[in-house]
Design a protein around this ligand. Structure first.
Ligand SMILES: *[C@@H]1O[C@H](CO)[C@@H](O)[C@H](O)[C@H]1NC(C)=O
Ligand SMILES: *[C@@H]1O[C@H](CO)[C@@H](O)[C@H](O)[C@H]1NC(C)=O
Ligand SMILES: *[C@@H]1O[C@H](CO)[C@@H](O)[C@H](O)[C@H]1NC(C)=O
Ligand SMILES: *[C@@H]1O[C@H](CO)[C@@H](O)[C@H](O)[C@H]1NC(C)=O
Length: 432
């Protein structure tokens, strides 16, 4: 493998500048202190700043946030010409030394309020690529009291898997799900991946209050302390999209589907057969929504024990994209903890705060245009959108890609850190 791991990798000019700085520093030290201190300036602290993690761009995020045109223009130039791809192997190497990893990435310094300690949140992360993004997602939502289940796809690269194993070795509250799926887009296995994590999370000693599922291209719009306060306000109810199915979606469970090789893009996909499907068991009324949820612990415990849910799950196995009707339907079952009553009006993706997604066909009418890039109908956010994202009121957003706009992610991280500090100082003042 062509990688120097933790050793320095610098150009000649940088190297000489580095040594010059070190030299000046040492000379100054020598003047003020005795010889015995020399080793301190060349000791373990020196490589620390040079450990390769994610590339940090020289940009003023405060100006980006306030949509300063000069700074936004600068960010566009960077993303068009100077994207530095983060190296997966650096993460693998860094997690070989856990104490170093935690120190460099700040996990040991995360400070949490009492409210956060008393309100653990569980995460189900269904991921398959971009290991650094997974690490950043964990880091930005991190509290030592939270718990993270990672489901990586059986098709993931060995490098990706090694990085995920590394994260789980170094962070005691991060684990890999006990059962992993070969995830087929729009197939039952996508739903199964989350169910595997939920089942492991229920077994965990951490008595989490809510569980949130995320994918590798999501990013939060609220720091942990604010999420805790928002989740408390739910008073035990669940939050997710759940709507009466439009006619075209009824076919998704009106016929049997079979997984077949797809012609384009995805290797396999469920394909509609001519065989009509029986209606769902137990007279269940169907609703549709999203893969993504915010569920209370009581709801998940109920789900785990319910025969109705078990039968419905089995029935869903040969439907199209069951993740998009499974959660939306069972949250409307009469009597479930945190139930959304069947008579309750539709809860759309813009009402439920779980996930903010910009669809190209709704831009201009529902929200400002995408400043990043469209991939099919979805906007990959650009840096100029972070003000809008943070002001909208949602808790998470999709989609981010550091190969499209790394500044958007970097500046979100910075703003979330700021918000966290503000909220924590308010919380500290209240508890005095
Ligand atoms: C960054 O931008 C903000 C707001 O535009 C400005 O007040 C601040 O001085 C800038 N910081 C630096 C280091 O240039
Ligand atoms: C791991 O990193 C620490 C610094 O945090 C260093 O002191 C230690 O020697 C490293 N361990 C190994 C095995 O390299
Ligand atoms: C939770 O209860 C509080 C206080 O009773 C109320 O203001 C709030 O609207 C409730 N939240 C939900 C989601 O029902
Ligand atoms: C979940 O269901 C399994 C099997 O029915 C059961 O053994 C387990 O105790 C349940 N877990 C919880 C936390 O209820």
């Amino acid at each position: 493998m062509k990688n120097e791991g933790l050793t320095l990798r610098m150009g000649k000019r940088e190297l000489s500048r580095f040594f010059l700085t070190v030299l000046i520093f040492c000379v100054l030290l020598l003047i003020y202190v005795k010889y015995k201190n020399i080793h301190e300036c060349l000791g373990p602290a020196a490589p620390f700043v040079d450990i390769k993690t994610v590339h940090k761009y020289n940009i003023n995020c405060s100006a980006i946030y306030h949509m300063d045109s000069v700074e936004v223009h600068k960010s566009v130039t960077i993303r068009q010409k100077h994207i530095v791809e983060d190296n997966d192997e650096n993460l693998i190497y860094l997690t070989l030394n856990c104490s170093l990893f935690r120190k460099v990435r700040g996990y040991d310094d995360v400070c949490v309020s009492d409210e956060e300690k008393d309100f653990p949140i569980a995460y189900s992360l269904v991921v398959h690529k971009y290991p650094w993004m997974v690490e950043r997602l964990i880091r930005v939502t991190y509290s030592p009291s939270n718990i993270y289940c990672i489901h990586y796809d059986l098709k993931s690269s060995l490098r990706f898997i090694a990085a995920m194993e590394g994260l789980s070795q170094c962070l005691p509250n991060v684990f890999i799900t006990s059962k992993r799926e070969d995830v087929i887009y729009d197939g039952f296995s996508r739903l199964k991946a989350d169910l595997n994590c939920l089942s492991d999370l229920l077994q965990s000693e951490v008595k989490w209050k809510y569980v949130i599922n995320l994918c590798g291209q999501d990013f939060p719009l609220r720091p942990n302390i604010e999420l805790v306060s928002e989740l408390k306000n739910l008073n035990g109810s669940n939050m997710l999209e759940t709507c009466r199915p439009p006619q075209f979606k009824k076919n998704r469970y009106g016929f049997h589907y079979e997984v077949r090789d797809a012609e384009f893009e995805y290797k396999k996909t469920p394909v509609q057969t001519s065989k009509k499907k029986a209606p769902p068991p137990h007279n269940i009324e169907m609703f549709t929504g999203s893969t993504y949820f915010v569920l209370s612990r009581d709801f998940v415990v109920f789900m785990n024990a319910s025969v109705v849910v078990r039968d419905f799950l089995a029935w869903s196995e040969d439907t199209y994209s069951p993740d998009e009707h499974f959660w939306a339907t069972i949250v409307r079952l009469p009597g479930v903890p945190g139930e959304v009553p069947r008579s309750h009006p539709d809860i759309t993706d813009l009402m439920s705060k779980t996930r903010l997604v910009k669809w190209s066909y709704l831009e201009e009418s529902l929200y400002p245009p995408c400043t990043g890039l469209h991939v099919r109908d979805v906007c990959i956010f650009g840096a100029a959108e972070i003000h809008w994202l943070l002001s909208y009121g949602h808790w998470f957003a999709n989609r981010f890609d550091t190969n499209v706009d790394p500044i958007a992610v970097q500046c979100l991280e910075e703003k979330l850190e700021e918000r966290k500090n503000i909220f924590q100082s308010i919380a500290a003042r209240h508890s005095l």
